[in-house]
Ligand binder design. Structure first.
Ligand SMILES: C[S@@+](CC[C@H](N)C(=O)[O-])C[C@H]1O[C@@H](n2cnc3c(N)ncnc32)[C@H](O)[C@@H]1O
Length: 295
């Protein structure tokens, strides 16, 4: 006779079992970071740290188990964990996301380091402009970590700017936001920006279809598409921002893999002095540093 299963419905809702099963299903479906996804989603659902899951004894309620199953089904369709949760962590911040906002990347945290270096050379106080604010990751980090700075940020998406405003309020910082095309019409800031930052869209249009489904289907293409050679926005920013820059301004531009030399050269041709690059945690050049000092 077959042994009767000793599992009770409560066992079916036991955290470790749920994570194990979810991780296996995600892995079998070829979803990247299957185990991490399963663990992060459950720990966020339970409001506990990921490392506390292993010792979590209490079975989930029926509602919690149903919600977890819904989230795993969404992850199976390659929706990123941050989109499922509607938020992302970036440096000291928890940032709300919506369909308009790019998920801020860990690589961009190192770009912020380069910006903070430029701010610190000015004794922590200066006027900063972030072009293409997205979730507000860069602008809010600078405002929070260097509170003497006056931080301005632009985006051409109204939806994006609504989210930036929310995120800035949650972080308790003040940003000056502009719903404009790149830097157009910012005459009141003429010759006053001391640190210009941008993480512009930089994927070559022809490469968009090659991106992982998490990016291709879930990040807004307006945050990704950098034109035929991926460099459209660098050309425009380096030209159009000139009237806003103070003499001696630093420019920090996030770049994609293999774009460093091209962007340094674009800067040189536009009259900037190339200062070098800043690497990300993996050791890859992630930001190009330029200096504006024509006078
Ligand atoms: C790669 S995302 C960067 C978002 C954020 N700064 C970050 O680092 O996570 C680029 C941002 O530029 C914005 N953008 C695209 N075209 C723009 C334009 N013509 N003028 C202003 N912003 C633009 C997009 O809406 C998007 O938020």
């Amino acid at each position: 006779m077959e042994p009767r299963s000793r599992l009770t419905p409560r066992d079916d809702r036991e955290a470790r079992r749920l994570v194990r099963d979810a991780a296996r299903r995600l892995e079998e479906a070829g979803v990247p970071e299957a185990r991490v996804s399963a663990e992060v989603l459950l720990s966020e659902l339970l409001g506990i740290g990921r490392s506390d899951l292993a010792a979590f004894e209490k079975p989930l309620s029926r509602d919690q188990a149903t919600l977890y199953e819904t989230w795993i089904s969404r992850r199976l369709k390659r929706e990123p964990v941050q989109r499922i949760l509607g938020r992302a962590y970036f440096r000291n911040l928890e940032l709300m996301l919506d369909e308009h906002t790019l998920i801020p990347r860990p690589d961009t945290e190192s770009v912020v380091e380069a910006v903070l270096g430029a701010v610190d050379r000015r004794k922590g106080s200066c006027r900063v402009l972030d072009v293409g604010a997205g979730s507000g990751a860069i602008a809010i980090s600078v405002a929070q970590e260097r509170p003497l700075c006056e931080v301005h940020a632009t985006d051409n998406s109204y939806g994006v700017l609504k989210t930036v405003r929310k995120n800035a309020d949650r972080a308790g910082v003040t940003l000056h936001l502009y719903h404009i095309d790149l830097v157009s019409g910012l005459d009141e800031l003429d010759k006053s920006i001391e640190v210009l930052i941008s993480n512009p869209p930089y994927i070559r249009s022809d490469d968009l279809h090659r991106l992982a489904p998490e990016v291709r289907y879930w990040d807004p293409s307006t945050a990704l598409d950098g034109g035929p050679d991926g460099l459209d926005f660098y050309r425009r920013i380096l030209t159009e921002a000139k009237p806003l820059l103070a003499n001696g301004a630093d420019v920090v531009l996030e770049v994609g893999d293999g774009q460093t030399e091209d962007v340094l050269e674009l800067g040189r041709r536009a009259g900037y002095t190339p200062l070098g690059t800043h690497t990300d945690l993996a050791g890859s050049p992630r930001a190009v540093l330029l200096w504006w000092g024509p006078d």
